[in-house]
Design a protein around this ligand. Structure first.
Ligand code: SAM
Length: 281
């Protein structure tokens, strides 16, 4: 696409211009025949032009109206391509991906200002995904692969880790984009696991346990869990005791298995308290 307008910083528009990196991302995505593909933020089409050739179905979600119109026009004769002119954070991915029962392959060079939020949304539809190849700010990518008890370990590490095998593929330096971002980027592959990494009980409870444990990084679990939604119904002190977890620890020291244990016990406790609430009513 000819550069008709300057890239918008507010939309994280750092367009990929390095042919080698573009090729490596497309090869890594390993698009299978008949596999529907979702690209978030096609921008000027660096990845899109390749995806449009090999995907049996290609869905593009672009928030920049001018770029969405450009793709709609460019692919108007290609029935396999659909452009959605929308904010990825405001639409229901669940509904959009339900057009087929086939699982989607997601490919994206994500806008860095919203990449963590997009990761949460993709996590919420993990059952509809066959795999993802995502470019992220290196710092965000490092978080996904971080071990417990380090500052990078966080909500995305634990949530995405429940359902995906995450591999760091390669680092992409700023010079591969126009305009150049200030930091390195990284391309990661997300392969869905056939079963969650650990039994967590109710997944909504797991999400709540993990989010609240990291809600105040300097505070202890006792404090963090007390501010959670589920603490209205269950005694978090007993919950921690039951899982043999010291409430004076901080959330970032918990292993994946400890989060899973907390979630299982909280799920059970909530079920019990619901039963009691039903009985009382
Ligand atoms: N895929 C292109 C590339 O690799 O050159 C563009 C990547 S650029 C980093 C991010 C793209 O996401 C831009 O085209 C931007 O307009 C789009 N974008 C930003 N915020 C968005 C949002 N909330 N929803 C959908 N697309 C968004």
């Amino acid at each position: 696409m000819s550069s008709v307008r300057r890239p918008l910083k507010s939309l994280g528009q750092n367009f990929l211009v390095d042919g080698n990196i573009i090729e490596k991302i497309i090869i890594s995505a390993n698009i299978q025949p008949d596999q529907p593909v979702l690209e978030i933020g096609p921008g000027r089409g660096a990845l899109t032009k390749h995806l449009a050739k090999c995907a049996s179905r290609l869905l593009l979600i672009e928030f920049d109206h001018a770029l969405a119109a450009f793709h709609s026009n460019l692919h108007r004769e290609n029935q396999r391509v659909t452009v959605i002119d929308a904010d990825i954070l405001k639409i229901s991915l669940e509904d959009i991906l339900s057009e087929t029962t086939m699982k989607w392959n997601v490919v994206a060079n994500l806008p860095y200002n919203i990449s963590t939020e997009v990761l949460f949304r993709l996590y919420n539809v993990h059952r509809k995904l066959a795999g993802m190849t995502l470019m992220l700010q290196k710092e965000v990518g490092d978080r996904l692969a971080a071990p417990p008890d380090c500052s990078a370990y966080g909500v995305t590490t634990v949530l995405l880790g429940l359902w995906f095998e995450i591999r760091k593929l390669f680092v992409v330096p700023p010079g591969c984009f126009n305009p150049s971002p200030k930091v390195d980027s990284v391309v990661l592959s997300f392969t869905p696991l056939s079963a969650p990494r650990a039994e967590v009980g109710d997944e909504d409870v797991f999400r709540s346990v993990v989010r609240s444990s990291f809600s105040m990084r300097r505070k202890t679990l006792n404090n963090c869990l007390r501010s959670s939604e589920f603490s209205k119904h269950i005694d978090c002190g007993s919950l921690l005791d039951e899982c043999a977890i010291d409430g004076r620890r901080r959330g970032e020291t918990l292993s994946f298995e400890e989060f899973a244990a907390l979630s299982r016990c909280a799920t059970e406790a909530l079920r019990t308290s619901n039963k009691e609430m039903v009985r009382e009513a």
